[in-house]
Each structure stands twice: as structure tokens, then as C-alpha cells.
Design a protein around this ligand. Sequence first.
Ligand SMILES: C[S@@+](CC[C@H](N)C(=O)[O-])C[C@H]1O[C@@H](n2cnc3c(N)ncnc32)[C@H](O)[C@@H]1O
Length: 205
Amino acid sequence: MRKNKSSKNWIIQQHRDPYFKEAKHSGFRSRSAYKLLELEKKFKFLKSCKSIIDLGSYPGGWSQVIKKNTKNCKILSLDIKKMREIDGVDFFCCDFQNDGSKEQILQYFKAKADVLVSDMAANTTGNKDLDCIRTNSLCMDVIEFSRFVVKNDGVVISKLFNGYDFLDVKKFAEKKFEKVNFFKPESSKNFSKETYIHCKKFKTL
Ligand SMILES: C[S@@+](CC[C@H](N)C(=O)[O-])C[C@H]1O[C@@H](n2cnc3c(N)ncnc32)[C@H](O)[C@@H]1O
């Protein structure tokens, strides 16, 4: 009964949300598409990008934005959930942490990629602090993973939460990259601790 009420409220809120309406109107598969558009406006990583990995791509809003904002770019999207086809976007249905996924990605691009973006969050448990810790740990896994599949002067963008372990992620990223910035798009809901990390150029050891 409670669950029904909260899911009804969620549906009402969604329909009042301007980004949700705009995404429907523009044919984007998710309101998240606007977050990537804002990230692009801020950091400008898509224009000259020739190879990009979209981790956690389902249902495909970010992949649509990437396709629209790049030219002659190899786009590889990856998710545990099967994503409906997008013209000009290749898709691997798998967990990025599976054995062999790095090799599959490298084989696909025949080299490392220019950019990796990740909008992944850990599955919610109902406990906000735990969700935050788990998503920030996933963000660190993405940063670690990126070293194997992104070029030395490449760009990595990942979702994280501005809560528990945020400073640990920041320190971890600053050890690996020359430049580390954070940005919360306006389209990211105010009440959410969600934000994005933008990392550029791996430090040479
Ligand atoms: C918020 S959604 C992404 C929305 C997407 N950016 C868009 O605009 O349509 C996060 C996605 O991350 C995926 N995900 C979470 N953990 C993953 C993992 N370990 N490997 C691959 N995908 C994962 C989930 O299945 C989910 O579809």
C-alpha cells in the first residue's frame, strides 16, 4: 500500500518535471540526457572526440546526446540491461567489471578511447548513506577501470554523490589525473546529492 502511494507520487513528480517533459518532447530516452548536455557545455569533450565509451548507458539518453554531438566518432555503450538500438552506436550487454570486458573494449576500438562517461549508480537499498558509499565506490572502480581503456590525455566523467567518501574519491582521482573538477548540472535534482567528476590527463608515474 505504502509502496503504491510512493510510486504514484513519483509518477506525479515526473510529469511535473520540466526536464522529463522536454526529454519526451525531444525524443530523448531519459531526462539524464540534459545532464550530459550541460556537462558538454561546461567541459567541451565531445566535439573533437573520435572514440567514446558510455558506461551504464540504458535506456540510452546519453548515447543519443553523444551521437548528436560528435562526428565520425566510434561510440560504444555498455550496460547490464539490454539497450534498444541507436543508429551509429554499438552496444555491449554486460557488467563493465566482468573479466574480459577491458579486453573486449580495447579490441573494439583497436586502441584506447578518447573519452569515457559513466552515469552509473549502485542499486538503491533505501539507506541513503549506504547508497552514497556504494555509488562512490563504483565511481572509484570506474576511475581505476579507465586507466586500462582511456588514452593518457583522455577524459573521464563519472557520477558520484556529494556525501560519504566524496573526499576519498576526490583524493583518489587527484592521484591519478592532472586535472579534476566537479560539476552538478542544473538538471540534476536539487534534493539529490548526485554530482559529476570530470578528470583529464592521467598523471605519468
Ligand atoms: C542512471 S542509469 C543511466 C542512464 C543513461 N545515462 C541514460 O541517459 O539513459 C544507470 C545505468 O547503469 C547501469 N549499471 C549499473 N551498474 C553497472 C555495471 N556494473 N555494469 C554495467 N552497467 C551498470 C544500470 O543498469 C543502469 O541502466
